[in-house]
Design a protein around this ligand. Structure first.
Ligand code: C5P
Length: 280
């Protein structure tokens, strides 16, 4: 069985507090995007075999393996699956690539096993695997709250032509959260503005309410992310922001043609760049 694992971007990301366990509470509108990994699941006699086109990802703690283990534990059966991951989503990037893979393995295995696990339990399993895994399991544009696992699907007909770009800078998610705390920044509230704009359906207002609370942090930790945002704007982006805790940056463009051209320009400038669309 072949399953698709879509990456996501954060159209907004507001940090609202810190929980006693150190995780942060957030309000974020996340959208799945067409950029995706492909996963092949094959039933075998016993065990979990895992392979990937990128050999550094072939480790026992890969989220695909963790998801499969959790799935078989939950249904009370001995594992018997081979997983092959064709990785296209850059990592680590703030695009939820690992989370998307975990969600796709859960979804695929459940289908293979006759949907033995109900939807509510599937979301509980997803939440155990990581903050973004529930969103990837739902694969719908949603308001994400709590530590990211409390989802409210958003009904909208809007899809956005985007370019994702990443430079050489690397960022660690826990480090970005730590620095955010240390900087004592004011809470921003792009999310409420976006939710109102989405209800009104005004495209310009929707796009201008995108934002990411981590940008003052990543502008310091990885100034290249700020440069990429400026470059996107120079190249005609309607808006451009960091996704997740970075280092990926997305720009929103008026048409798929413009997005394709911009991706080519950024590739020629030495960036990883790809044009794609948000899914709803
Ligand atoms: O859940 P996930 O594996 O994505 O989290 C990675 C790290 O990011 C956590 O260990 C934590 O340091 C930080 N994090 C956080 N609050 C969140 C999500 C992640 O502090 N809501």
């Amino acid at each position: 069985m072949r399953v698709t694992a879509n990456a996501k971007i954060n159209l907004t990301l507001d940090i609202t507090g810190v929980r006693p366990d150190g995780f942060h509470t957030l309000r974020s509108v996340m959208a799945p995007i067409s950029l995706c990994d492909e996963i092949e699941l094959t039933e075998i006699e016993s065990g979990i075999l895992f392979d990937c086109n990128i050999k550094e990802l072939v480790t026992p703690d890969n989220l695909c393996v963790k998801a499969a283990k959790l799935f078989f534990e939950t249904i009370g059966k001995e594992p018997s699956i081979s997983i092959y991951l064709e990785k296209n989503i850059p990592f680590p990037a703030g695009l939820g690539g690992g989370s998307a893979d975990a969600a796709a393995v859960l979804r695929g295995l459940n289908e293979l096993y006759g949907n033995e696990i109900d939807e509510k339990t599937m979301f509980e399993l997803a939440s155990k695997l990581g903050s973004d895994v529930p969103l990837c399991l739902s694969n719908r544009i949603s308001l994400c709250e709590g530590r990211g696992e409390i989802l409210t699907p958003i009904t909208t007909s809007h899809c956005f032509n985007i370019v994702i770009a990443i430079g050489k800078a690397r960022l660690s998610t826990p480090e970005v959260y730590r620095k955010y705390d240390a900087m004592g920044l004011d809470v921003c509230n792009d999310t409420d503005e976006l939710l109102v704009s989405l209800k009104d359906g005004d495209f310009d207002k929707i796009v201008s309410s995108f934002g990411n609370a981590f940008e003052p942090v990543t502008d310091i930790l990885a100034p290249e992310t700020m440069q990429i945002r400026s470059r996107m704007m120079q190249l005609g982006a309607l808006n451009s922001h960091l996704s997740g805790s970075g280092p990926s940056v997305y720009g929103v463009f008026e048409s798929a043609e413009i997005a394709n051209d911009v991706a080519k320009i950024l590739q020629n400038e030495g960036y990883f760049a790809v044009s794609c669309v948000t899914l709803n």
